[in-house]
Design a protein around this ligand. Structure first.
Ligand SMILES: NC(=O)C1=CN([C@@H]2O[C@H](COP(=O)(O)OP(=O)(O)OC[C@H]3O[C@@H](n4cnc5c(N)ncnc54)[C@H](OP(=O)(O)O)[C@@H]3O)[C@@H](O)[C@H]2O)C=CC1
Ligand SMILES: O=C(O)[C@@H]1CCC=N1
Length: 267
């Protein structure tokens, strides 16, 4: 089985690396293609995979094609791919918003899996939601899911709407966590900690809290209660967040990403 990854950016390269380390594929079964001459040069230097500059040289040999370019590059790419594809090939798109129907129509193939990963895939802690088109067989989907799982966990969703929704939660979500971390680090710096100490204070706090959450059945709300003593410091912070509607603002932000995914799909 041969896999072609199109787009050697944050996500494409992550998948190519993870898949090439998997039992299912050896590194010579992973091909990668990018449009940037600098990226191609640096990939060729490392020679981790078979690196290509032209679709003609790699697309016809691929059983599975991972499409990992930005949504606004998709139309141009689809036009170039279409004459080189055959009906047996499976396209796996990780592009935000772009629907299965759009991909099928633009590529002239029927077997499509739409997936939404996230950046922690780079450290094997990713979460990918996915949905296949009806034409993908159970065996083919199992193969695809095994490949998605090389970057972490995956969940199959029941409609494409959930792919857009998961974009607002897990796809874009790491950036919300980094936003919170950035604010806490800035507060630590303002309180007089060094940059290094601010980083340790914040990263260990996040790591510890997530570990506690993962090792129990308690909700975040229950854990908040365990930290907060009556009339104490945490209550002061939580009250401040509540008074400033932070809870609503976070939900609004997640919906903004969800809505944007839907909007991208209409373009
Ligand atoms: N980053 C993230 O956290 C997540 C991203 N995604 C999705 O993944 C996709 C890729 O995102 P990301 O990896 O961040 O993007 P990047 O910009 O890092 O990577 C995309 C790569 O594709 C290249 N490219 C553009 N057009 C073509 C083409 N026609 N043929 C071959 N290569 C091409 C780009 O080159 P150049 O730079 O020269 O344009 C770039 O190297 C997006 O659609 C996004 O919605 C999904 C979940 C999470
Ligand atoms: O910002 C984006 O559009 C992509 C999709 C999810 C994460 N990054």
């Amino acid at each position: 089985m041969k896999v072609l990854v199109i787009g050697a950016g944050n996500m494409g390269l992550t998948y190519a690396k993870a898949m090439s380390r998997s039992k299912q594929l050896k590194k010579r079964n992973v091909m990668i293609l990018d449009s940037s001459p600098e990226k191609i040069l640096s990939l060729k230097k490392n020679s981790q995979f078979d690196v290509f500059e032209n679709l003609e040289d790699c697309l016809p040999q691929a059983d599975l094609v991972f499409i990992a370019v930005k949504p606004y590059h998709s139309n141009d790419l689809f036009t170039k791919m279409r004459p080189l594809l055959n009906k047996g090939q499976i396209a796996i798109s990780i592009m935000a918003g772009v629907t299965i129907k759009t991909i099928q129509n633009a590529l002239g193939i029927e077997k499509v899996v739409r997936a939404m990963p996230n950046l922690p895939a780079q450290v094997g802690k990713g979460l990918t939601s996915f949905i296949p088109s009806g034409e993908v067989s159970r065996i083919e989907l199992l193969t695809v899911q095994n490949l998605l799982d090389t970057t972490g966990k995956s969940i199959r969703v029941s409609s494409e709407n959930y792919i857009d929704a998961s974009t607002g939660i897990s796809g874009s979500g790491p950036a919300y966590v980094f936003y919170f971390m950035q604010s806490m680090m800035e507060a630590a710096l303002k309180m007089g900690f060094s940059a290094n100490d601010s980083k340790v204070l914040v990263s260990q706090t996040f790591e510890g809290a997530v570990e506690l959450f993962n090792q129990s059945d308690l909700s975040p709300l229950s854990w908040m209660d365990k930290v907060a003593s009556k009339g104490g410091t945490t209550r002061a912070a939580l009250d401040s967040m509540e008074n400033n509607n932070v809870d609503e603002l976070i939900k609004e932000a997640a919906y903004a990403a969800f809505d944007r995914a839907v909007e991208l799909g209409k373009q």
